[in-house]
Design a protein around this ligand. Structure first.
Ligand code: PRX
Length: 655
């Protein structure tokens, strides 16, 4: 049993009730109210989601049907027309709200920008017009490869305003990874910056774009739009590159009407790792995504008009899409964006931001919490964190020790913690406490959001017993569910719907996570059950790292597994066999690690590479990862090893 599993079972009976004063004013103020909502939503999803869509969003044209479910394909708000940028901006331009800060941005070097709804709206319109001038039309794909600067949100909203489909690529991905994603999406334009600040150094983003596009690397890209952030000299191709500032000036103060989009038009593509070497382009749809991120922000974070909401994720991940940009802005909230990252050199930087901007809701990842624990509580203790009223966690299971530390040191034992389980594919939070209603248990994502029918089942789709491990599935469609895998509809079926075949008309969305439910029906997510690992909250396919390794001339074969890590949750260990004319050495190990960084990005750098003469395989040639995982973790190899083709491999691996 993993440490998390042992810790969780010890904590299971520890209940933290919602603070009564919070329940009084909360959007959802009791468990009974939650249950009523949930029951209604499950019994009559069309009425429930239809009513919310009507009350919470602006529509240019009302839908004809709330849900058209032809398993496993859902269409939501069929025939309805809306624009997400309109919902995030225009409808907040009322006398009461237009001067409210929409975006508070804190740069790593300490520079700050605050954009009101009015100002954000204007900048989005200017860039939307600029994109049109560059030939971007409705349905075109736009690559966004930016640091955490306001222009990232502006670029996303500008695309959405004109109906272009953005594909944001995390700035930590390498040129190679960027190239693959841009090619898959056939992006027409890439929006980048000269550089970005990260832990005191400049990240050379424009250079990475140049490398990706060199020698016709991405033939579809016609223009590169460059934001000036760091000001360092860059290569500038006058035929292809344009400065963001120049275009913004050209379209200064111009209006750009929001394009009425069909509710099922794609809003964006976001690539995420799966079990093959190639990342999948998860496609989300306009109406359902808008509604679900809106309502989860409002209810799961109990968002009030006065809140200062800070999600620390990068906009390159789904968390940044849903809970920095679309969810908070659709609600007319103030959202915080921070360019920096905590490091040993600057251990109190996040708490400085909380204190400076009086943040009320703080949403981060367990890996960050574990890092803060290690850095020491003197840093948060030295800041005034009294503005905080609610904390959130996302990205991986949170171990109860980290939960308790977060609760005590950051939340001052007064802030509820919402541990939200969800995925790139789900668009928004699926299992989560509602802070005014749901008693929490450290380490559990508690109960489904109203209307989400989640379960833990075996491979035949039968629910498993109390506290038995099984597969976490979703049994009814929800508005922000993945619509397809871009360019690869078969993969949509094989990844999410074929793993547990439908039974008696019941379909099972397969999340790839293992979980159990306790006696109160609370969900305890245990982690991935497929070949996906979660390194410091970053989702990576083991096959992706393996493909990167075998593309090095020295490598014959590679097998990658996750090894438990105190801070990162998991780290990468690679077992590698070499071509005949190569011998293991420290230099080669370094070179291979560097090669993975070049192919994917620093987030995929293996923590360790173990050279071996052979890998443990079954007679049919399948690598037995279970054995490698045990070896990497320094545990005894248990279970059946009789299926191994060559058992002597085990001794060799043990060295
Ligand atoms: O394994 C689960 C883990 O993160 C995976 C999804 O990763 P990604 O698509 O990158 O999205 C991350 C942010 C939503 C899931 O399959 N995960 C996410 N949140 C939790 C979690 N595991 C346990 N508890 C969570 N709260």
């Amino acid at each position: 049993m993993s440490t998390i599993a042992i810790e969780s079972s010890l904590q299971e009976d520890r209940l933290f009730s919602p603070p009564p004063n919070l329940s009084k004013t909360a959007r959802i103020g009791s468990l009974e109210e939650y249950q009523r909502l949930h029951d209604r939503a499950v019994t009559d999803p069309e009425e429930f989601w239809g009513e919310l869509a009507e009350n919470e969003l602006h529509w240019f044209q009302k839908w004809e049907k709330v849900l058209d479910w032809q398993p496993p394909y859902a269409r939501w708000f069929v025939g309805g027309k809306l624009n997400v940028a309109y919902n995030c901006l225009d409808r907040h331009l009322t006398p009461e709200r237009r001067d409210k800060p929409a975006l508070i941005w804190e740069g790593e070097p300490g520079d700050t920008r605050i954009l009101t709804y009015q100002q954000l709206h204007r900048e989005v319109c200017e860039i939307a017009n600029a994109l049109k001038k560059l030939g971007v039309q409705k349905g075109d794909r736009v690559g966004i490869y930016l640091p955490m600067i306001p222009e990232a949100a502006i670029a996303m909203l500008a695309c959405v305003r004109i109906g272009a489909i953005h594909s944001v690529v995390f700035g930590g991905f390498s040129a190679e990874a960027l190239k693959d994603r841009l090619n898959d999406a056939r992006a027409k334009i890439v929006i980048t910056a000269d550089g970005g600040w990260r832990k005191g150094a400049i990240v050379h983003l424009k250079h990475q774009v140049d490398v990706a596009l060199a020698d016709g690397g991405v033939p579809s890209v016609e223009t590169v739009l460059v934001v000036k952030r760091t000001g360092q000299p860059i290569h500038f191709d006058p035929d292809r590159d344009r400065w963001w500032d120049d275009l913004q000036e050209e379209f200064a103060d111009t209006d750009c009407p929001a394009e009425p989009m069909d509710a099922e038009d794609p809003i964006f593509i976001l690539y995420t790792s799966g079990t093959t070497g190639k990342p999948k382009g998860v496609v989300h749809a306009t109406g359902g995504y808008n509604l679900y991120t809106h309502i989860t922000t409002k209810w799961a974070f109990d968002l009030q008009d006065t809140d200062i909401f800070w999600c620390t994720a990068d906009v390159g991940w789904i968390t940044g899409h849903s809970y920095i940009v679309y969810g908070p802005l659709s609600n007319g909230a103030t959202t915080v964006m921070y360019e920096g990252a905590p490091s040993t050199a600057n251990p109190g930087c996040l708490w400085d931001v909380v204190e400076k901007h009086r943040v009320t809701i703080f949403y981060t990842a367990p890996t960050a919490i574990r890092l803060f624990m290690k850095l020491g509580e003197e840093f948060p203790n030295a800041r005034d964190l009294s503005s905080l009223r609610l904390l959130g966690s996302v990205g991986e299971p949170i171990n109860p020790t980290a939960w308790m530390w977060y609760y005590r040191v950051i939340g001052g034992e007064r802030c509820p913690i919402v541990d939200t389980w969800w995925q790139t594919e789900t668009g928004g939070a699926m299992l989560t406490p509602l802070p005014g209603a749901t008693p929490t248990k450290p380490g559990s994502a508690t109960l489904p959001f109203p209307g989400i029918v989640a379960d833990v089942v075996d491979l035949d789709g039968n629910p498993v017993g109390e506290n038995e491990g099984g597969y976490l599935v979703v049994k009814q469609p929800w508005p922000s569910m993945i619509r397809t895998v871009y360019n690869n509809p078969d993969r949509y079926l094989s990844t999410y719907w074929d793993k547990i075949p439908p039974k008696d008309g019941q379909w099972f969305y397969f999340s790839g996570d293992g979980a159990r439910r306790d006696k109160d029906g609370y969900f305890w997510v245990m982690g991935r059950v497929d070949d996906v690992i979660n390194v410091a909250g970053h989702r990576l396919g083991t096959m992706e790292v393996e493909s990167a390794l075998v593309s090095h001339p020295a490598v014959t074969e590679a097998a990658v597994v996750g090894k438990p890590s105190d801070i990162k949750g998991e780290e990468i260990v690679a077992f590698v066999t070499l071509e005949a004319d190569y011998t293991p050495s420290e230099d080669l190990e370094k070179d291979l690690k560097q090669h993975v960084v070049r192919e994917i990005g620093a987030l995929a750098r293996p923590a360790a590479i173990q050279f071996t003469e052979a890998l443990p395989k079954t007679r049919s040639g399948k690598i037995v990862r279970r054995i490698l995982r045990a070896l990497a973790a320094g545990e005894a190899v248990t279970g059946d090893t009789s299926t191994l083709e060559d058992r002597s491999v085990l001794d060799k691996l043990r060295g």
